[in-house]
Ligand binder design. Sequence first.
Ligand SMILES: NC(=O)c1ccc[n+]([C@@H]2O[C@H](COP(=O)([O-])OP(=O)(O)OC[C@H]3O[C@@H](n4cnc5c(N)ncnc54)[C@H](O)[C@@H]3O)[C@@H](O)[C@H]2O)c1
Length: 352
Amino acid sequence: MSVIAVIGCGRIANNAHFPALAQIEGLRIKYACDLIESKAQEQKDKYPELIENVITDYKVALSDPEVEAVWVLTPNYEHYTISMAALKAGKHVFCEKPITINYEKSLEMAKEAEKQGKMLNIGVCNRHHKSVEMIKQWFEEGKFGNIYHVYCSFRSNRSIPGLGGAFTTKAQSGGGVLIDWGVHFLDLILYVLGVPSLKTVTCNTYNEMAKDMKSYKYEYMWAEDTADMENGTNDVDDFVTGFIRTSGASISFNGAWAQNIPDNEMFIDFLGDKGGARLSYGGKFKFFDGQTLQTIEPEYDIPGMYLKEDAAFLDSVKTGVKDKNYIDGVLETAKLLDALYESAEKQKELTF
Ligand SMILES: NC(=O)c1ccc[n+]([C@@H]2O[C@H](COP(=O)([O-])OP(=O)(O)OC[C@H]3O[C@@H](n4cnc5c(N)ncnc54)[C@H](O)[C@@H]3O)[C@@H](O)[C@H]2O)c1
């Protein structure tokens, strides 16, 4: 029987991890923890058999010797604080994406996990998506030939999360659409391509759509409960564009949390000389080899991919064998995000 604690009972906990954890046998969630007690209590009410205690101070869980592993599902800056404390307390850690707000702190987390001999997996959940595994396998089998370029777009018409709250406060989030959505897309690309060496990056970030929060043309906002459009901060990117050279394919991308284009597009184009694929976010992909078009539509994979990443983490805890979401394999993504932000800030191309 594995004994765990879940720290942070917000959206990702409610929509993804609790439903996934509830499907795993041999698990006791000894603590559900949230600063806002009612959020943890809400989960206990949903899963009365599974969740044993509701707490507001995560240190209670860290000082309980029965707890083997913790899920850190809090805002980005607290990934570092809570994960470091948990590792030092001898716990294995599953931490949501992005690792934390920058590469330097991400590296410290990786070193601490190694020092303590504990698992530290990051919630880059799409690596566990069936379509992604298929595309990676087809690439390795040569179906794409040489993938020379990858383009991705993660653009939404109106989707700034929690405007004025933790998501739009750089000190707490590390950035805007690039670190929040771009992390998934760029991580997937590096993962599928077998993590080629990074050569150069150039990037521009923009904060245009809600620079005056009160006049933001609001239509839809997720994380609305954390928004503070009256007194909060919005100092992060709502649009980003960039170009990356690697030892393999080059990569270009555009991302928007908000834009005055009334469409949403979320896809990755893998351009190979023998075949190409457009992977739409959520799972469907088209593969064209110049003659035949195949449309692959694995069932929509939520909470499937969360279940897979949570189960894989627990397996790693049991067996000591690292999973693909172990922090070491995700550090390159954090390094890339840092470099992109630095390039935008310095307004020049950077070389690794
Ligand atoms: N993998 C994905 O696709 C995905 C999707 C959404 C969010 N996320 C990540 O999950 C994290 C949480 O996002 P969210 O949308 O659930 O945010 P959220 O604001 O809905 O939830 C965060 C919760 O953490 C709680 N919290 C904050 N500090 C705490 C502390 N010290 N102790 C206990 N609880 C604390 C807050 O009260 C809140 O309930 C973010 O890092 C985000 O990037 C990942």
